[in-house]
Design a protein around this ligand. Structure first.
Ligand SMILES: [Zn+2]
Length: 40
């Protein structure tokens, strides 16, 4: 497994996550951003 850098779709911050992690798949740096990004 490897860390990759991603840009959060909600807040725009860069964050590192394992390439096969849920965060990488979703593109959000945190559960809070996932809620904001999806408008839930
Ligand atoms: Zn974020």
């Amino acid at each position: 497994m490897a860390f990759e850098t991603y840009e959060c779709q909600a807040c725009g911050d860069e964050f590192k996550a394992f390439e096969d992690s849920e965060a990488a798949a979703n593109g959000y740096c945190s559960p809070r951003c996932e809620v904001d990004g999806k408008g839930l």
